[in-house]
Write a protein that binds this ligand. Structure first.
Ligand SMILES: [Zn+2]
Ligand SMILES: [Zn+2]
Length: 176
C-alpha cells in the first residue's frame, strides 16, 4: 500500500470533535476563528429534501434571516402554529431532483405571499420570493443544521389561540 493511501496516524485525531476536525481539514486557524468559521458557513452546502425525498436540493449560505411566522396565512399553509423560514440570496440553491414536481401558489390577494410544495407529498420546499431577490427556505426542509437560529417571532399577535398553552403541555418521547 502506498503511503498516500494509509490513514493519518491516530495521534493526529487527538481529542477533538468531528466538527473541529472538519474545521481543521479546511484550514482552521485558531487565531482568527470567528472569521474563519463565518467563511466556512458561507461556503457550506446544506442538504434538503421533501418528505417523499423526490425533491432534493442543496442550499448555500450566508443566511440572512431566520423567522418563525405566526400569521394566519402560515397557519393555514402549514396546518400548524407557525412557519419556520430561513432566508438567503435567490441563487444559493442547486436542485438535485424533483424540480418538475414543485408546484407554486401565489396568493392572489397578497402582494408577496407565496407557497411552493412537492406535488407528490405536499411538503413545503424552497422558493424565490415574489420580489425576485431572496430564496425562502422552510427550515424543516433542511436535513442539516443551517447554523443560524430563529431571530424573531413575527406576526405574533395573530398566533393560534392554543399556542401559548401548548408550550407547557406534557412531553412524550413518542406517541403517548
Ligand atoms: Zn415530496
Ligand atoms: Zn406568515
Amino acid at each position: 500500500m502506498s503511503k498516500a493511501l494509509l490513514p493519518p496516524p491516530f495521534s493526529s485525531y487527538g481529542l477533538v470533535s468531528d466538527r473541529e476536525q472538519t474545521w481543521r481539514a479546511t484550514g482552521y486557524d485558531s487565531s482568527n476563528r470567528s472569521r474563519w468559521k463565518r467563511t466556512l458557513i458561507m461556503n457550506r452546502e446544506i442538504h434538503g429534501s421533501c418528505l417523499c425525498r423526490k425533491v432534493k436540493s442543496t442550499i448555500r449560505g450566508p443566511f440572512q434571516k431566520f423567522y418563525q411566522c405566526f400569521c394566519e396565512r402560515c397557519q393555514k399553509r402549514t396546518g400548524s402554529a407557525f412557519a419556520a423560514l430561513v432566508v438567503t440570496s435567490r441563487d444559493n440553491i442547486s436542485w438535485q431532483s424533483g424540480k418538475d414536481l414543485v408546484k407554486r401558489f401565489d396568493l392572489p390577494e397578497a402582494a408577496l405571499y407565496s407557497s411552493c410544495f412537492c406535488s407528490e407529498c405536499g411538503s413545503q420546499v424552497p422558493y424565490v420570493g415574489r420580489g425576485g431577490k431572496v430564496l425562502i427556505v422552510p427550515a424543516g426542509y433542511l436535513s442539516d443544521d443551517p447554523e443560524i437560529r430563529p431571530g424573531g417571532n413575527i406576526f405574533w399577535e395573530e398566533r393560534a389561540c392554543w399556542f401559548d398553552e401548548g408550550q407547557s403541555a406534557r412531553t412524550y418521547s413518542g406517541y403517548p
